[in-house]
Design a protein around this ligand. Sequence first.
Ligand SMILES: Cc1cc2nc3c(=O)[nH]c(=O)nc-3n(C[C@H](O)[C@H](O)[C@H](O)COP(=O)(O)O)c2cc1C
Length: 318
Amino acid sequence: MQPDLSVKIGRLELKNPVMPASGCFGYGEEYEQFYDLGRLGAIVVKGTTAEARPGNPAPRVAETPAGLLNAIGLQNPGTEEARLKIRRLARYGVPVIVNVAGHNTAEYCSVVEALSAETAVAAFEINVSCPNVAEGGLSFGTDPRTVFRLAGELRKLTEKTLIVKLTPNVTDITEIARAAAEAGADALSLINTLLGMAIDTRSRRPLLANLTGGLSGPAVKPVAVRMVWQVAGCVDLPVIGMGGICCANDALEFMLAGASAVAVGTANFSNPLVCPEIIDGLAVYCREQGFSAVRELVGLARRPAAHKAGGTGGCGRK
Ligand SMILES: Cc1cc2nc3c(=O)[nH]c(=O)nc-3n(C[C@H](O)[C@H](O)[C@H](O)COP(=O)(O)O)c2cc1C
């Protein structure tokens, strides 16, 4: 029998828990030639700002051992052009999640306000890793009070599912997660990229024009799994886990740690078929291991027997 792969994220009903991560799938156009995008659980589009932005100067990506550094910046076509691309994606009958970016609260608000009545948009994912210009460029997502205020403002503007996407570049991710939950978020997604840097020893200059960039790919997976474990243990909201997922087994780790769904980013660049492969792999695992529904796996590694020998991590609740 086919296992039931459906999951719920806030008011969103997904036919399976697999979606591409923001910024690694554009608006799906490059992937349509590889497979039917209607197979995906959801589609998360590139970070969208009010107006079009060119992003950072090149070079803006650099490969690292088991990872990728990027400093794309907020390159995107702006809300109105994004709206047309999102409408085009509606043909696949898959929920489209708009990743929202901004340099100040007003910019985030204008994107959510403009797209809130758009029927092709199913949910908003708020990228709080953006630099907050009013706070000297410090990322919104590093201060629980800023996250609380921003998510609270956005909550007032939309009835749609509101997902807050957390940055890993913090000391205690659980306090940021709680702030987002208290402000009314329906779900949390994590992790965004880890701040990193690489230097070219020939030119003796940083590899990225922006000097620093965000690290993603397999190198970050253990950090991401740890953070998903901590957040799922502290906040009673569905979690979308991501960071280095390349195969069904990686996705399973996140679900067993407490994620209800997963997003796949960097792996799409080396294997455009990675998302459908993971969907198939989850079904195979459920069948082989005797689970009739994939949601039965969520948080299973948290059962007392599973961490008898180790610490609880995070706040230890749940
Ligand atoms: C090239 C690139 C662009 C990205 N752009 C965005 C973005 O616009 N908004 C966002 O929230 N995250 C963005 N991310 C972060 C990813 O969505 C994801 O959180 C992160 O890369 C970890 O997952 P991965 O290791 O599977 O790539 C980007 C990542 C990469 C590699």
